[in-house]
Design a binder for this molecule. Structure first.
Ligand code: SF4
Ligand code: SF4
Length: 178
């Protein structure tokens, strides 16, 4: 008998209803017509610089109902929504919209990359996606630019509470499994 220790990968859970959920959401309707030609990936500027970003694969995972794998993947957040793939897809798949739907579903599951939570926290504190250092505002002054507009932080906080955005940015960070 062999002493070799065998390792097994955790089986992927398939949710047969996941595809229908995406198809029902505004922007997700064209998921079903992707036939995996790969044109989107070959024309995507993000895929050219990031090997792990393959939008056609994300479409396939979603079609197969691999909900957990898709929604916990940080790669769905890499889409720059440039729509190059939309222009070139022979099937008319609205890739950028489908990916937006997947991101919205990921948020509902609490799968939000840390960087976006940090952006959200900064908006609640300053009204901007990051803290703007004094050196930057000084450069604006020196260049003769007007000061940045003041943001009504209290209004943003109220909006964030009412929409549940505060809870979204408080949740646990997702794992990168892809
Ligand atoms: S180009 Fe369109 S049909 Fe081809 S893989 Fe991408 S989304 Fe699917
Ligand atoms: S919309 Fe997103 S997936 Fe499509 S080409 Fe642009 S970055 Fe790539």
């Amino acid at each position: 008998m062999s002493n070799e220790v065998k390792t097994y990968r955790k089986p992927l859970r398939i949710d047969p209803e996941f595809k229908n959920l995406v198809l029902k959401m505004p922007g997700g309707e064209t998921l079903k017509i992707c036939f995996q030609c790969g044109t989107c990936t070959s024309s995507c500027p993000i895929a050219q610089i990031i090997d792990t970003y393959r939008p056609n694969q994300l479409m396939r995972l979603a079609q197969f109902g691999l909900k957990d794998k898709v929604l916990s993947s940080k790669t769905i957040w890499l889409c720059a929504a440039c729509a190059t793939c939309v222009d070139r897809c022979p099937q008319g798949v609205e890739m950028a919209s489908v990916l937006r739907v997947l991101k919205n579903l990921a948020v509902k599951e609490g799968c939000v990359p840390r960087v976006f939570k940090d952006f959200g926290s900064a908006i609640l504190k300053t009204g901007f996606v990051y803290n703007i250092p004094k050196t930057r505002t000084k450069k604006r002054e020196d260049a003769g630019l007007p000061p940045l507009s003041k943001t009504k932080i209290e209004d943003i906080k109220k909006l964030a509470e009412k929409t549940g955005f505060i809870d979204t940015i408080k949740g646990e960070e997702s794992d990168d499994r892809q």
